[in-house]
Write a protein that binds this ligand. Sequence first.
Ligand SMILES: [Zn+2]
Length: 260
Amino acid sequence: MDEAELGKVAGWLRHAHYVTALTGAGISTESGIPDFRGPQGVWTKNPAAEKTATLQYYMADPEVRRLAWQNRVKSEMWTAAPNPAHHALVDLERADSLHALVTQNVDGLHHAAGQSPEIVVEIHGNVRDAKCMSCDWRGPMHETLERVRAGEADPECAHCGGILKSATISFGENLVAADLHKSQVAAGRADVFLAIGTSLAVYPAAALPEVALRNGARLVILNAEETPFDAVADVVVRDRLGEVLPALAALLRPLGISDC
Ligand SMILES: [Zn+2]
């Protein structure tokens, strides 16, 4: 991204009343978390693995659940740390240039970076919790993973015997209506909408920039690959997120804080 363009986006953010960001897998790849649907994605390379994330197969087949629990035990997500792109979004919030952050990611890295939980909407759920598919039990994922490590291949709900799953939204599973509503309201309120590391190809994320544009927002796309919204975006940036977002945040840093 050239400096003039970066300065232009910084100017929009500085004068915006409400800024909404949407983040996807691209922001977490620099933290070592593989993308699932991209060219090098886990599911692209191994379509069978997609079954573990598809509700219908997960509920019907104990073998699929066994594989899913093994994957969860080995997941990169437990050791991944936020990268400079995540930290830059925290800086934007502190500079009053980010007011809502909708994420398609389930890795919890925005929380880990120190983003205020009240501005984050995890529309695809998160991996921090396990949930029962029959009753409303929910608990910390690490406790259920302990049971798997201790030998339970497919641990069941201690309260009702139901099937347990991570508290993510699987394919074929309904989104949480309140989260979907919050994300749409945030998109509709935005003067500037930042689409970061997302292909904007998967519903409901793909609907959010549309809502923002309809309400007159500027659309800034920061993604390594093309998206269906590139032609209607005000600016499209292909640079590495771990470089361009900190550069943007640096332009918006409140005066007098960094240099005293
Ligand atoms: Zn239960």
